[in-house]
Design a protein around this ligand. Structure first.
Ligand code: FE
Ligand code: ZN
Length: 441
């Protein structure tokens, strides 16, 4: 025992990820790792991959156990003190419903996905890192469910979140994002989730939800957010190291990886439509507008990242200019859909109050006032007259992102965008060039 304890962490990591690995003898490697080659990724030397965190399993369990102890102590006191009474306004709980039905089940799919690629990647370092991320994601879904359980005792509509995830129309948007990544090969999964999602887009998902919780008095959600934060740092580093490793290994990998970046950037951005709506319409106390969040977390941070990746021959994702064109209307187009289909959604919707309409026009300018304020005022009048508007027709969905076809042309906010492709005699419909490009490929 003493002899083992004296080995420094760095050496223990080397032993775990190098000397514990072995060459197969009675089966060829391609039978042991059947998914490693079909995507066309070429690896010259697997030993070039190094997980910068170099965590051993015993150190991992020690850190995670400490975080769990702290989190559950806070959750206990939240429950004993009826922390749910401290939220700004009952409407805030709708944001929690969206999180629990739309995000938590995806943490579970991320857990399954990393467990899967942890089996499929023929390198012990990547396998160990994938195993740890798989365990992290399982921890995330568990801590989220345990935290929100307290709200379930006091508010309706938080039951059956997993059942809803598989059946409710708008939840097919995040669900299909993770299911599609899961059914791809191991390298694409790593680029889709490890890089595009964790590294490029995760701040636009978690910062709005966690600051939204903080601003609206939900200290329990803030605590699970903090508890996941240090895991997130490890996930982001893994995603970045993995993409650099793949790009450095062979020049033939560059166009394959570029297409995955284009694809998963666009898929992720479409999922973020739900976050844009949450930020601008669902938080009783706003944190910042979707537009400000996009500028800070994608334009500034993403711009620096892609400048750094340029030396590998990687450019900004295709259609990365479109979100800036849609930034003033994305949240409003989404809220307008949900307002019309509240009877088929797992949360409530409402017409923004006057001061909220003013906040929107301050955030989005005169064009917003001209195009969208009259629509809300019209719907508000209908509601007053006892004729609250519900849309009872089924909307057509984009075949790729699964969102109803209500997005408008990037250069014309008054015209619905409509794209189509024919394949084997059938016609398919898309909300955008980004989604059509994915389907055509
Ligand atoms: Fe997670
Ligand atoms: Zn689409």
């Amino acid at each position: 025992m003493n002899a083992i304890k004296k080995i420094p962490l760095k050496d223990r990591y080397r032993i775990l990820t190098r000397e514990l690995d072995w060459k197969t003898t009675y089966q060829p490697p391609e039978k042991v790792f059947p998914d490693a080659a079909f995507e066309g990724i070429k690896i010259r030397n697997w030993d070039d991959f190094n997980d910068p965190f170099r965590l051993t399993m015993d150190a991992y369990w020690k850190y995670q156990a400490e975080k769990e102890r702290k989190l559950y102590a806070v959750l206990d006191s939240f429950q004993q003190n009826n922390g749910q009474t401290a939220i700004t306004d009952g409407r805030y709980v709708n944001a929690l419903k969206l999180f629990l039905t739309g995000i938590s089940p995806d943490e579970y799919m991320a857990h399954r996905g990393f467990a899967h690629i942890g089996r499929q990647l023929p390198n012990a370092g990547l396998r160990v890192a994938a195993q740890m991320q798989s365990l992290d994601e399982l921890r995330h879904v568990q801590t989220q469910v345990h935290t929100i359980a307290q709200y379930n005792k006091h508010f309706s509509g938080l039951h059956s979140f997993r059942h809803m995830h598989d059946r409710v129309w708008y939840l097919s948007v995040p669900k299909s994002f993770f299911d599609d990544a899961f059914s791809a090969g191991p390298f694409e999964f790593m680029i889709a989730i490890g890089f595009s999602f964790e590294y490029v887009l995760t701040n636009l998902l978690f910062v709005p939800f966690m600051s939204g919780a903080a601003f609206n008095g939900d200290m329990a959600t803030v605590t699970f957010g903090f508890s996941a934060q240090s895991d997130e740092a490890r996930h982001m580093t893994l995603g970045l190291e993995a993409i650099k490793f793949v790009l450095e290994q062979h020049e033939d990998n560059v166009p394959i990886v570029q297409h995955w970046i284009d694809k998963w950037f666009w898929r992720g951005y479409r999922v973020l439509t739900l976050v844009a709506m949450m930020m601008d319409y669902m938080l009783p106390k706003r944190v910042m507008s979707w537009k400000d969040a996009w500028n800070i977390y994608f334009n500034d941070a993403g711009g620096a990242l892609f400048a750094d990746l340029a030396r590998y021959g990687i450019r900004l994702p295709k259609f990365a200019d479109v979100p800036a064109k849609e930034v003033d209307r994305l949240s409003t187009e989404a809220w307008a859909i949900f307002y019309q289909y509240t009877h088929a959604a797992a949360f409530h919707t409402w017409i923004p109050a006057d001061e909220e309409l003013d906040w929107l026009s301050q955030s989005y300018g005169a064009e917003w006032d001209r195009l969208y304020r009259p629509r809300f005022e019209y719907w508000r009048q209908l509601e007053k007259d006892g004729k609250r508007y519900y849309n009872n027709a089924l909307p057509q969905l984009c075949q790729v992102c699964q969102i109803p076809m209500a997005f408008t042309e990037p250069d014309d906010p008054t015209k619905i965008a409509f794209r189509e492709s024919q394949y084997k005699g059938d016609r398919y419909h898309f909300c955008s060039d980004g989604c059509k490009n994915i389907f055509d490929h």
